[in-house]
Design a protein around this ligand. Structure first.
Ligand SMILES: *Cc1c(COP(=O)(O)O)cnc(C)c1O
Length: 420
């Protein structure tokens, strides 16, 4: 069980809403920092341990600068993410480029930044060479194919578009060694929102065994193993968070069994977690516009799928709290919806909640990763503001809400056509 509590009272939220009208995403700085420290503490036995935060999970400069202060790196998968990371202050190998279907401009920018390039495909080597000088360090993303089962969210590795295959992987390292690469990394990402501790220990085993095999077959000594992201969070109250201490000790044991005897010590182990780092510490705060009785009873909010896509696209569960009504019986059955003209625009279906009235605040939990970031402008819906609850208890606007002018900014009307 995990208690789904919100860090603020109804009165505090109403006070914030006076300055920043709903809807908004609110992030809890103190909780983000404490969790980051626990993550690093669990892996303190690894020399040079790092989590490269997946920028796509919450591409906000203030959040990223907090994570930089907590000694995290970044994982980027597009040119704007690389530029954002540089603007925040990330440098060199603190930045990893794990993109796919990669354009030359990303290689060029990554090289300029001195970032670690994680090649998604053996065929990308040609484009890499055409785009930049051969880097000192190169990493490959590995796809184990039918050796692993993946999970529901990410799908079967055999069906995934990512990574070099088992048949290609040794050759990939051999080719890069012959081209003059001196340092090597190995990456994989085979799960998403996975809560099973043993899954990550098995991923480490797979990567360690592969590193040993690559050394035996090609003489390449891998110095950096990237476990990817995909560590899950307990979206449902009855779910349990992963046990990072347990995962770490399982990985440490395998390190002793596989890496040390193969002469690969010291091997740096890193992750690329996004969800684990900020997911539980973000909240979408909305207000109820209407309670509509049809064949079912609908609670209509002033936010919609544009602010949080996960329920609509994956049927994902996000816990809901009605501030000020936490202790009332959850004796009503509601669908909680947005205003988008799509019937999948529902934050919750058949959810038991206390009796709700128009004007009530509604807090949707666990929106700190893949929340705001996945937003879009379909149906001319505007993206909300992002706020930060600072450690001292003050609230700071870290991204303003989009305006109607923003919506029109890229359009040209026939009377004033876009110059090309
Ligand atoms: C999305 C992504 C991540 C982060 O995934 P989380 O589920 O947020 O941990 C890490 N690495 C890569 C390559 C990704 O695409």
């Amino acid at each position: 069980m995990n208690e789904k509590r919100i860090p603020l009272s109804k009165a505090q939220l109403e006070k914030i809403a006076e300055d920043y009208p709903t809807p908004f995403h609110l992030y809890d700085e103190k909780a983000i920092r404490e969790n980051a420290r626990q993550f690093y503490q669990a892996f303190s036995w690894v020399k040079g341990f790092k989590n490269h935060y997946a920028v796509k999970a919450c591409p906000n400069p203030t959040i990223l600068s907090i994570l930089l202060e907590e000694k995290m790196g970044v994982d980027c998968s597009s040119l704007p993410e690389l530029i954002l990371s540089e603007k925040v202050g990330f440098r060199g190998e603190n930045i990893v480029l794990t993109s796919n279907d990669t354009p030359a401009e990303e290689f060029i920018e990554a090289a300029r930044l001195g970032a670690v390039i994680n090649l998604d495909d053996i065929g990308h080597i040609e484009l890499l060479e055409k785009s930049i000088a051969i880097p000192e360090l190169i990493s490959f993303r590995y796809n184990p194919g039918d050796a692993r089962t993946g999970n529901v969210l990410i799908g079967l590795p055999l069906e995934a578009k990512y990574g070099v295959t088992r048949d290609q992987v040794v050759d990939a390292y051999r080719i890069m060694k012959n081209k003059g690469v001196k340092r090597f990394g190995l990456h994989t990402m085979v799960a998403s929102n996975e809560l099973e501790n043993s899954y990550f220990i098995e991923t480490a085993r797979m990567l360690f065994e592969l590193a040993v095999m690559v050394k035996e077959e090609s003489g390449v000594e891998i110095e950096l193993v990237n476990m990817g992201g995909g560590v899950g969070i307990p979206y449902r109250p009855e779910e349990k968070a992963v046990d990072l201490e347990l995962i770490s000790s399982g990985i440490k044991e395998l390190y002793g069994q596989l890496i040390v005897p193969a002469g690969l010590h010291p091997l740096r182990i890193v992750f690329e977690c996004g969800r684990l780092v900020t997911g539980p510490y973000g909240y979408l705060v909305s207000r109820v516009r209407h309670v509509a009785k049809k064949y079912k009873t609908y609670v209509g909010l002033d936010s919609c799928m544009a602010n949080l896509m996960r329920p609509g696209i994956y049927g994902a569960y996000h816990h809901i709290t009605v501030p000020g009504k936490e202790d009332l019986p959850a004796d009503q059955l509601y669908d909680v919806t947005g205003s988008l003209c799509e019937n999948s625009d529902k934050f919750a279906i058949d959810r038991r909640l206390p009796r709700i009235e128009p004007g009530d605040l509604i807090v949707i939990h666990d929106t700190g990763a893949h929340g705001y970031a996945m937003g879009f402008n379909y149906n001319a819906k505007l993206r909300s503001a992002e706020l930060l609850l600072r450690e001292g208890g003050t609230v700071q606007l870290i991204r303003r809400a989009e305006t109607i002018d923003d919506y029109f900014a890229t359009m040209r009307f026939p009377s004033a056509p876009l110059k090309v």
